[in-house]
Design a protein around this ligand. Sequence first.
Ligand code: FDA
Length: 311
Amino acid sequence: MLRAGLLWLSEQPQVFRFVRSSRLAQKFASRFVAGETIDSAIRVLKDLNAANLTVSLDLLGESVHSAEEAKAAQQAYLELLDRIQGEGGSGNVSVKLTQMGLDIDEALCVANLRSIIGRAKQYHSFVRLDMEGSEYTERTLTLFKRTLYPEFGQTTGVVLQSYLRRTAQDVDAMIGLAARVRLCKGAYQEPATVAFPNKADVDANYVACMEQLMERGNYPGLATHDEQIIEHAKAFAKRKGIGAERFEFQMLYGVRRDLQVKLRKEGWNLRVYVPYGTHWYPYLMRRLAERPANLWFILGNVIRESLRRKN
Ligand code: FDA
C-alpha cells in the first residue's frame, strides 16, 4: 500500500509542482540532495572537501525520453567535470546509463559516455557507472567490459549489488579485469528469481563479496551505512594487512554524517555520494517507494542526530 502510494505520488507532476514550492519539502530534500544547480553541488563538494571528505557528484534524472534530454545531461556532466577541475575540488562523477539514452539508442548512450569519460581522463578523474534495476545489469556490465573499459581503463568503473544472485560471479569477473567496483546492497524492487528476498542473505553476500574485493580487487568502494559490515571491513583489513589506501568507504549525502566524520578521523578513505538537480522529488519518492523501510531509516536517523546534538 505504502509503496504503491509513494510510486503513484512520484509520477504526479502537479504534486511535484506543489511539493517543490513547499519549504518543508525543500528542507527535507535539502538534507539528501545538494540543491538544484551545479553551483549548489559545487558548494556542497567544497564543504565536504573542507571536512576532509571526497565526493562523487550525481546529476539526478534517469530514463530520459529524448536524445535532447540525454545530450543536456551529458553537457551538464562535462560542465561538472570542468568545475571540479577548475575549483581544484576532490571529487569524481557517477552516471546512470538510462540518463545517457540507453533506452533510446545504445549508440547515443555510448557516444555520450565517451565524451564524459574522455573529459574525465583528461583531468585524471573518474566516472562511476551507477547500477540501475536488474533489467539493466547485463547490458551495463557488457557495455563496460566490451567497450568502455578497453577504451578508458581505470578512468571508469562499475557498481555491483549484493542482493543479486549473480553478483559473486560478477565480482570475480571484475577482479579478473582489475576493474574498480563499488559494492552496494541494491536499491530496487527485484523478483526473488534474480535477487535474495531475505535481508540476511543480502548482508551475508555483501560481506563475502566485500572480502573478495578487499583482498583481490582494485581499490573497491564499500558503499554502505551498515555499521556491523563497516566494523567487519575494518577488522578484516587489519587481520589481512590490507592498508587503508587500498579501498574506500562510501556513503550517501545526508546519511549517517556522524559515522562519515568518525571513519575519516580514524584514517579511512570516505567518499560521499552527492546527488543534485531538479529531479529530486521523483528521486526521493522512488527511493522511498523501492524500499519503504528507508523512510523509517531516514526519520530514525534525523531523530537520532538531533537527540545527539541536544546531549
Ligand atoms: P541497510 O539498508 O541494511 O541499512 C543499514 C543501516 O544503515 C540502517 O540500519 C540505517 O541505520 C542506515 N541507513 C541505511 N540507509 C539509510 C538512509 N537512507 N537514511 C538513514 N540511515 C540509513 N544502489 C543501487 O542499486 N545502485 C547504485 O548505483 C547505488 N549507489 C550507491 C552509492 C552509495 C555511495 C551508497 C551509499 C549507496 C548506493 N546505493 C545504490 C544504495 C544501496 O544499494 C542501498 O539501497 C542503501 O545504501 C542502503 O543500504 P545500506 O547498505 O546502507 O544498508
